[in-house]
Design a protein around this ligand. Structure first.
Ligand SMILES: Nc1ncnc2c1ncn2[C@@H]1O[C@H](COP(=O)(O)OP(=O)(O)OP(=O)(O)O)[C@@H](O)[C@H]1O
Length: 294
């Protein structure tokens, strides 16, 4: 999945001789990332060693039972939280090597994030909320830029409303417009369609798909909805803080739901090997369904 392009600067040694070309790094890569909260006997292991890469121009859905570590994975990958162990690399730069200020700049310039709780600023209008990432980056929004972003999410007529004057689904779409306005290389979205009806949800998912296909942005979203996950190139299933299974979104919502069901049937505390076996069994059931077998 790694891009085959080479970096020219890295393609020469100090002596000026050509050296082995260095492949472009993945936009986001996690290497054995673990995250624990709390101390001593109150320690909770939210991530127990996650190694995943997200390629340019792809859309990935992260699924798993409640508490399996999905939001923590997104927060660590986006540099919002620091892992307890392991490495997170954005465009090949290890986040732990950055100061807080450098991390803030990288997040602002490379990463967009849609939070479960939307995190809109209550005192600002929808349009002002959408413009915020540009202002924080020291850029003045072009006239009509925020309205255009809101229009893409069907909210052109709500630009002057404050969050308290919008429904949950409308606030979610303002949060999406805010996350995409600066065209981040990587967009993380935690339940981006959680508050939306089926019709609006499809529109948002098509938009996210387009960001990956047309703009070559990398989209990573957490979802509980197999129909939403079916828009992704790749569905990663987490259990107990680890990826235990993966399937292409093109297998469709039923196959994804079957794998999820297999995971949820599995009692907490099972080993990763047992979880893999259970999800493989779920895949067998999904394959039979796809083939029309009982
Ligand atoms: N700040 C925190 N302090 C202590 N424990 C936490 C904290 N954040 C998350 N956890 C714990 O880490 C584990 C993973 O949480 P996380 O929110 O990543 O799960 P999730 O899969 O996103 O869940 P959900 O689907 O319910 O949103 C859970 O057991 C949770 O209770």
């Amino acid at each position: 999945m790694t891009s085959q392009h080479t970096t020219t600067a890295a393609a020469r040694s100090r002596a000026g001789r050509p050296v082995e070309p260095v492949q472009n790094p993945l936009p986001v890569e996690l290497r054995a990332v673990a995250k624990c909260y709390g101390e001593a006997e109150r320690t909770v292991t939210a991530l127990a060693g996650v190694s995943l890469g997200f390629a340019r121009g792809t859309m990935t859905a992260v699924m798993g039972p409640s508490g399996s570590g999905k939001s923590t994975l997104l927060h660590c990958a986006a540099g919002i939280e620091r892992p307890s162990r392991g490495q997170v690399l954005v465009d090949g730069t290890e986040l732990a090597s950055l100061s807080e200020d450098e991390l803030t700049v990288l997040r602002r310039e490379r990463v967009g994030f849609v939070f479960q709780a939307f995190n809109l600023v209550p005192a600002l209008t929808a349009a002002q909320n959408v413009e915020l990432p540009l202002r924080l980056a020291g850029r003045r929004a072009e006239p009509g830029e925020a309205i255009a972003a809101l229009e893409r999410f069907g909210l052109g007529d709500r630009a002057r409303h404050r969050p308290s004057e919008l429904s949950g689904g409308q606030q979610q779409r303002v949060a999406l417009a805010r996350a995409v306005i600066a065209r981040p290389a990587v967009l993380f979205a935690d339940e981006p369609t959680g508050a939306l009806d089926t019709h609006t949800s499809r529109g948002v998912l098509r938009m996210l798909r387009e960001l990956a296909d047309a703009n070559k942005q990398t989209v990573v979203m957490v979802t509980h909805d197999p129909a939403a996950a079916a828009y992704a190139d790749r569905v990663v299933l987490l259990a107990d803080g680890r990826p235990v299974s993966e399937l292409p979104g093109s297998q469709g919502a039923e196959a994804i739901a079957a794998r999820m069901a297999a995971l949820e049937e599995t009692a907490p505390g099972r080993t990763a090997v047992e979880l893999r076996a259970a999800t493989a069994a779920g895949q067998g059931r999904a394959d039979k369904q796809e083939e029309g077998r009982p």
